[in-house]
Write a protein that binds this ligand. Structure first.
Ligand code: FCB
Length: 453
């Protein structure tokens, strides 16, 4: 009861103290996007995730698609599982010195408690292939890809299942700790919880605020428990472990939309920031959801923080839309808004990086443009925005463009093409896009080959 009372006060104070950020636009005609530079050892990376590229994976997404909840399953996707040698060469051709990829839990642990050494060997070989080319392997342990058996025992809805994730993830780290530069425990805990348990946009497709808050808390707790398991083990203690947060600014369309924007901001961002800053997960929305949990080691559980940023939304009541005057993309919910990238870096810096004294990696940023030439414009402006934030003191150590190649975009294939390489999903042929040249120019100018220490 006392907790609930304190939570109510905190909720009111949080909402009261927030101001919807005023929308910032820069005068791009007066900006020289060539006036950028990056420090030595900066990581110029590209990213993918297991289910989106590997092919042949049977996890909750496969089931979701076969139940008709989305247009299609990934099927053979980009056949990356079989073509990783070729793909490592393609990464090298870009001049990139880092590759963020996911591991597939359902391959590594096809049944609860049964581990497949051959799958782990496969990822070890992949890391070796990258390292020999001067490319840093960066692994995401969980990218929306729950095994079916895990979902069927209640997934992250149940606190007692946290240890199943920790056991799997620690096994992967035990195997690969000498080959991997950075470990990401989850791809965006808040997005997983909100899309799967509130917005019905991902498996399991529930709409339940209380459950969403519990899942969010369980993911964050799982992150901390894994971090501790890694650091308490003398052999793996050197591994660099972090998680990532996706920022999407929610801007009120009109004065009276402000409470919705603030509420969205509270759910999507504030609970996570508070958890890492204070070690307390406190979620309270009157009559809709209440979770209170203490994890005192949370503030000491990050070696770095990842940031995913794409764009911002306008809120009309609880509904969202894009900004009609901004450059549109192939995604109906994303425009080209580099100023927002700058704001997001400043935000993650102020709420996580500076208070916890950890560096930032941009773990995802990219575009599926309407016209190919927009990709170069996107990259020029987003790089400029990042460079500006870095000049103002944000410790950004790397940037991973999403994505290396066109891939399965959670429900469809080939409609939203984020890749620097075009993929023909019939033949799996990869072709460099002309718009990738700007990425290559910058990576070649400022990037150095990576070497594992
Ligand atoms: C991100 C996801 C990534 C990809 C991009 C476009 O939020 O993490 O898998 O779908 O959006």
């Amino acid at each position: 009861m006392t907790h609930r009372f304190i939570a109510s006060i905190a909720f009111i104070l949080t909402l009261g103290s927030l101001h919807a950020a005023s929308i910032e636009y820069w005068d791009w005609k007066s900006i020289d996007t060539n006036a950028i530079s990056f420090p030595k050892n900066f990581l110029f990376g590209v990213g993918t995730s297991a289910y989106q590229v590997e092919g042949g994976n049977k996890n909750v997404w496969d089931r979701w698609a076969h139940e008709g909840k989305c247009e299609q399953a990934a099927g053979q996707a980009c056949d990356h599982w079989n073509r990783y040698h070729e793909d490592a060469q393609l990464i090298q051709n870009l001049g990139a010195n880092a590759y963020r990829f996911g591991v597939e839990w359902s391959r590594i642990e096809p049944q609860q408690g049964v581990f497949d050494e051959a799958a782990l060997d496969h990822y070890a070989a992949m890391c070796d292939e990258l390292l020999k080319r001067g490319i840093a392997p960066v692994i995401t342990l969980h990218h929306y890809n729950d095994p079916i058996w895990f979902a069927d025992v209640g997934g992250f809805e149940k606190e007692e299942n946290i240890q199943l994730y920790v056991r799997f993830a620690k096994k992967v780290i035990d195997k690969l700790h000498n080959k991997v530069h950075l470990w990401l425990t989850f791809n965006s805990p808040t997005s997983y919880a909100a899309k799967g348990y509130l917005a019905n946009r991902m498996p399991p497709g529930k709409k339940n605020m209380q459950l969403m808050a519990e899942v969010m808390k369980n993911l964050l707790v799982a992150h901390v428990r894994l971090y501790k398991a890694v650091k308490h083990d003398r052999i793996t203690a050197h591994a660099q472990v972090g998680t990532l947060h996706n920022i999407c600014q929610l801007e009120p369309a009109r004065m009276w939309d402000k409470p919705f924007a603030l509420l969205g901001d509270y759910i999507s961002h504030r609970c996570l920031y508070n958890f890492f800053k204070t070690g307390v997960f406190r979620f309270y929305i009157p009559c809709m959801g209440y979770v209170y949990h203490k994890e005192p080691d949370a503030p000491k559980s990050l070696d770095f923080i990842g940031l995913n940023y794409y764009s911002h939304f306008m809120m009309h009541g609880p509904k969202t839309s894009t900004f009609p005057d901004e450059m549109q993309t192939m995604c109906p919910d994303k425009t080209i808004y580099p100023e927002g990238f700058y704001r997001a870096i400043k935000e993650i810096d102020a709420h996580i990086a500076k208070p916890l004294n950890v560096p930032i990696y941009v773990t995802e940023n990219g575009v599926a443009p309407v016209k190919e030439e927009d990709r170069e414009l996107f990259l020029r402006r987003y790089y400029y925005a990042m460079h500006k934030a870095m000049n103002e003191g944000c410790d950004v150590r790397g940037y991973f463009y999403w994505s290396l190649m066109d891939n399965y975009e959670w429900g469809t294939m080939g409609k939203k093409r984020y890749g620097l390489y075009h993929v023909d999903f019939e033949t799996h042929k990869r072709t460099l896009k002309s718009s990738a040249q700007y990425y290559i120019d910058i990576a070649q100018k400022f990037g150095n080959k990576f070497q594992m220490v």
